[in-house]
Design a binder for this molecule. Structure first.
Ligand SMILES: [Cu+2]
Length: 765
């Protein structure tokens, strides 16, 4: 045994891992045995030790990834790469009831376009709200490229609160990007279309009638919502505007958007014309748009905008005259434009060029001030000479796309799509420092808070388009591949491949986990989609069912392990509205609610009130139940929707079946209650003998258990009253209910006891 431990320690030290005495616990198999059996190298062990998060421990960063064509957001931890949540955004998500209850539907349906329900999205670029250019962890924004929309997610509960539809675009790839204090969320049009787009305009008039643009969505932080009335757009040439970034520090107040197909080429391969791909990459350069958004907002406030489709649009003519819009040539077909953390430089990568171009904001401003322009574009926008704006061009490799920054000054990372590599380089000195291969065809990459004014370094995630040969085959459609790379040392090290099987995650942002402060329960009766009190909420004992004409309204409650009411009676054709309030105070005691065959589902977290609505259009009997495994008697958390024919009258056999319990049954149940109380008392004795008040999670559990025990009093009074009248059925069943409350209290108490034992609680008496 001694030798084995010695060997294990030697291996670990050789692999560069510090080690305590814990290896003595591994008596069955040594680390060397496992390495041999699984064919692992020391490099593998090192990578594993950098990503493994032991049970009970948490990740350092939380990543928010676009879910691509799933229309969702995926949340995972770094470095463990464990998926923690999917957030329903543009697509219904049944687990969360998203799109199946009325409250979430009211958010999802804000995304209807021209009266049409759109039940999917192509989510692209998530952005975390910022304060002074730093991630503040309050809100997340995400765009839909296919149907130009933007959503707001509140990071207090990780729920989608709002969807806004762009009133003048028909697609938008470049969004969401926030200004340094989240004053605006920037969204750029991709494929040019007529802005009003109410009348057909032929492609032959592309240059005159089709337009691109950028929308600046005004974010009202206090309300936690976008204010469409205070939002505006800037009309731009039909140049296929792509990604943007907002200036910060010295460049605050400006935003930068690049473009492709500034050739304004119109394809038509079916008519014998060369395709878009040929015509859109013919010139050597495209245009970087340089915009003074603060001045633009002032001009809009001063009434200088035109109203198109009810939305304020600052026209190009005005923007040129007022000196707030400029162009700089950039290497052709670029993708990312990324402002350095200090706000002094912007890195632009041209996909079809081997260089990245680092532009100097100072030089751009000097050219603007001096009125030094090399030309004007066909729409009269002043063009600053590329040389007059460039700080440096650095040859990085084939297909540079996106750049992120390190916590170390001047260090940047750029994805190389064609080379399938990440390159680490110095943007101040224009020097390549290191390269690492990824599998394969990387799109975006992301470092921790790496597009903010305060990057955290440490890790990089490569978002690869292809995962060929990385995972077990699962048919022709492969998962996507997020690769975790350690960037804390001079040489980059690949740590982990994470398959993501929910659409092509386009971009991801990651924030220090400590900055997030999500709640664990709602104030009782909250509509989580409006953050306001829900009009359908009731407290325990106030549940009611009312009928007016053919409209039935139920105000019910949920608590382990029953739904009140347990029967809902209706006639065919009745419209049924059910409001349900989760009365639980315990963490994670979510109840679900489903009615068989009526396509409704709700997820009701502690404190939440949710409404489901449907027409009882089929005569018959339909069970409803709680869809979360909430307690031992979860299966019994049930009820019936009874849909009767019109004018139905009960016959004479309508009494519910009698259980026929005896006095002996009652006495046995009462004994069971007494025995259980002994267990509860011993658990309570343990908890109160240690410093449990130092553990907030345990304090919450104790409160919850006390709640359950308090409910016993009413049931106890009922069984004693029934016993006095020798009604053994009622007496026995209410005594059973007392036991149910005891079981729940004991369950929570035992959980608290385990928690205290595992977390080093100390004896106080
Ligand atoms: Cu992109």
């Amino acid at each position: 045994m001694k030798t084995r431990i010695k060997q294990t320690v030697t291996v670990l030290v050789a692999a560069g891992i510090g080690w305590g005495a814990a290896s003595t616990a591994w008596s069955a198999e040594s680390l060397q045995d496992v390495m041999k059996r699984r064919g692992l190298s020391q490099q593998d062990l090192l990578a594993a030790s950098k990503t493994y998060v032991p049970t009970g421990k948490r990740d350092e960063f939380l990543a928010f990834s676009s879910g691509g064509q799933s229309g969702q957001v995926i949340v995972y931890g770094i470095p463990s790469m464990r998926i923690l949540k999917y957030i329903g955004v543009f697509t219904p998500e049944p687990w969360q009831g998203y799109g199946f209850d009325e409250n979430s539907k009211s958010v999802l349906r804000q995304g209807n376009i021209d009266g049409k329900e759109i039940n999917w999205g192509d989510t692209h670029h998530p952005a975390i709200s910022e304060t002074q250019g730093k991630y503040d962890g309050q809100f997340l924004f995400i765009n839909d490229k296919a149907n130009p929309r933007l959503a707001v997610i509140d990071l207090r509960d990780f729920e989608t609160k709002q969807i806004v539809v762009n009133p003048i675009f028909k697609s938008e790839h470049g969004g969401a990007f926030v200004t340094p204090n989240s004053e605006y969320v920037i969204e750029a049009a991709q494929y040019a279309t007529p802005l009003e787009n109410k009348k057909f305009q032929p492609l032959e008039e592309f240059n005159e009638k089709y337009r691109g643009g950028i929308t600046y969505w005004k974010f009202d932080r206090k309300e936690g919502r976008i204010d469409p009335k205070q939002s505006f757009s800037l009309e731009l040439p039909p140049y296929s505007q792509d990604l943007s970034d907002a200036g910060k520090g010295p460049s605050d107040g400006w935003s930068f958007t690049n473009s492709f197909c500034s050739e304004r080429y119109v394809g038509g391969i079916e008519k014998g014309r060369p395709p878009y791909e040929a015509g859109c990459s013919a010139k050597d350069t495209d245009y970087l748009h340089v915009i003074n958004w603060k001045k633009a907002a002032e001009l809009v406030a001063a009434g200088k905008a035109k109203t198109i489709n009810g939305h304020k649009v600052l026209m190009m003519e005005t923007a040129i005259k007022e000196g707030i819009l400029f162009l700089v040539p950039e290497p052709k077909s670029p993708h990312g434009v990324d402002v350095t953390p200090d706000g002094k430089f912007l890195t632009v990568a041209g996909k079809l060029d081997t260089h990245v171009s680092v532009f100097s904001f100072e030089k751009i401003q000097a050219a603007i001030k001096a009125g030094k322009f090399e030309s004007k574009d066909p729409y009269g926008i002043p063009v600053i000479g590329m040389k007059d704006a460039l700080h440096a061009q650095v040859q990085l490799g084939l297909g540079p796309l996106h750049t992120q920054y390190d916590s170390k000054p001047c260090i940047a990372y750029t994805s190389l799509y064609v080379d399938s590599q990440v390159v680490k380089w110095n943007h101040c000195e224009g020097k390549v420092l290191d390269k690492i291969s990824v599998h394969y065809n990387i799109g975006h990459l992301m470092t921790m808070e790496g597009d903010s004014a305060d990057p955290k370094g440490r890790y990089l995630v490569a978002l690869n388009k292809l995962s060929i040969d990385r995972f077990n085959p699962v048919g022709p459609l492969h998962p996507q591949n997020h690769q975790l790379i350690d960037i804390s040392n001079d040489k980059m090290q690949l740590l982990y491949d994470m398959p993501l099987p929910l659409g092509e995650p386009h971009y991801v942002v990651a924030i220090e986990a400590a900055k997030l402060k999500p709640g664990v329960r709602y104030k009782v009766g909250t509509d989580s989609r409006t953050d306001k009190p829900h009009p359908g909420m009731v407290r325990a004992g106030e549940e009611e069912t009312t009928k007016k004409g053919n409209k039935i309204e139920v105000k019910g409650t949920l608590i382990r392990s029953h739904i009140t009411p347990e029967t809902i009676e209706a006639e065919v054709g009745d419209e049924i509205t059910i409001h349900l309030t989760n009365l639980e105070r315990a963490q994670d005691e979510t109840h679900g609610f489903a009615v068989s065959t009526y396509n409704v589902h709700a997820s009701i977290e502690p404190g939440k009130t949710v409404t489901v609505k449907f027409k009882a259009d089929k005569e018959g009997v339909y069970p409803y139940y709680c869809t979360e495994f909430c307690s031992a008697l979860h299966l019994e958390m049930q009820g019936y929707l009874l849909v009767k024919p019109k004018g139905w009258k009960p016959g004479k056999t309508q009494e519910a079946a009698k259980a026929n319990y005896t006095e002996a049954d009652y006495k046995a149940t009462v004994k069971k209650v007494v025995d259980t109380q002994v267990v509860i008392d011993s658990v309570v004795g343990y908890i109160t003998s240690v410093n449990y008040k130092d553990f907030p999670d345990v304090v919450a559990m104790v409160e919850d258990a006390t709640d359950q025990l308090n409910k016993m009093k009413d049931a106890k009074a009922k069984h004693e009253a029934a016993a006095a009248k020798k009604d053994w059925d009622q007496a026995n069943l209410w005594a059973e209910q007392v036991w149910q409350y005891q079981v729940k209290a004991a369950d929570i108490g035992l959980r608290a006891k385990t928690y205290l034992e595992q977390n080093g609680a100390k004896k106080t008496k």
